[in-house]
Design a protein around this ligand. Structure first.
Ligand code: IMP
Length: 200
């Protein structure tokens, strides 16, 4: 089974390939399929934005396409930056933004946070599969770790002492929001392939 993965983010592409290829699903990035556009994320939820990206790639290629939309929700920011995670602090490095977030959270009693990931796969006949994954945790006291990307160096998953950026890729994928969402998606895709039905 081969799907177009609607992303220009190389970190996501690497993670999703590692998650899906053992499950028999190969992904071709949209740029490998000859489309390098960035669909505008005008939705108000992760799922809506994932659907917008997946539809744009499916319409451009005529092939089944999958997209994810993800971000970090921080209690001290009332759930923000959420769907605006990739644009939050724009113009600065992730390190600068992460250090500022630690300062903000340090002034608050609640360090709680979570990563959320929505996955939408659309087929040329209009059918779609959706899935979601969440990992709970908190904003750490220090910036640490060299793996992963984005907000990983300040996110300490529940039950762990160090940040997600201290985990190797395969360890992160085993617990991450993206790992959970794409494994759930893969289960639904296999049912879809066997029965020709989407089971929501
Ligand atoms: P998207 O490409 O619109 O889904 O943006 C996702 C953004 O959320 C990324 O650019 C990161 O800022 C953040 N994000 C999502 N997943 C992760 C992750 O696994 N680690 C760290 N940051 C993430």
């Amino acid at each position: 089974m081969r799907l177009i993965f609607a992303t220009n983010n190389k970190d996501k592409l690497r993670e999703v390939r590692e998650i899906l290829s053992p499950l028999g699903i190969e992904v071709t990035s949209q740029s490998e399929a000859g489309c390098s556009f960035e669909a505008e994320e005008t939705g108000s939820t992760f799922t809506e934005n994932a659907r917008i990206k997946a539809r744009a790639a499916m319409e451009a290629t005529g092939l089944p396409a999958v997209a994810d939309d993800s971000g970090i929700e921080i209690n001290a920011l009332d759930g923000g930056p959420g769907i605006y995670s990739s644009r939050y602090g724009s113009g600065r490095t992730y390190r600068e933004t992460c250090l500022e977030l630690i300062d903000i959270v340090d002034t608050c009693q609640d360090r709680g946070a979570r990563f959320r990931c929505a996955v939408v796969c659309v087929f040329p006949d209009g059918r779609e599969i959706t899935a979601e994954g969440v990992i709970e945790g908190e904003i750490g006291h220090v910036y640490e770790g060299e793996h992963g990307f984005g907000y990983d160096p300040i996110f300490v998953p529940e039950g762990f002492e160090h940040t997600m950026a201290c985990l190797e890729d395969d360890e992160k994928n085993a617990i991450s929001h993206r790992g959970r969402a794409f494994r759930n998606f893969a289960e639904k895709l296999h049912i879809f392939m066997e029965n020709g039905e989407t089971k929501e």
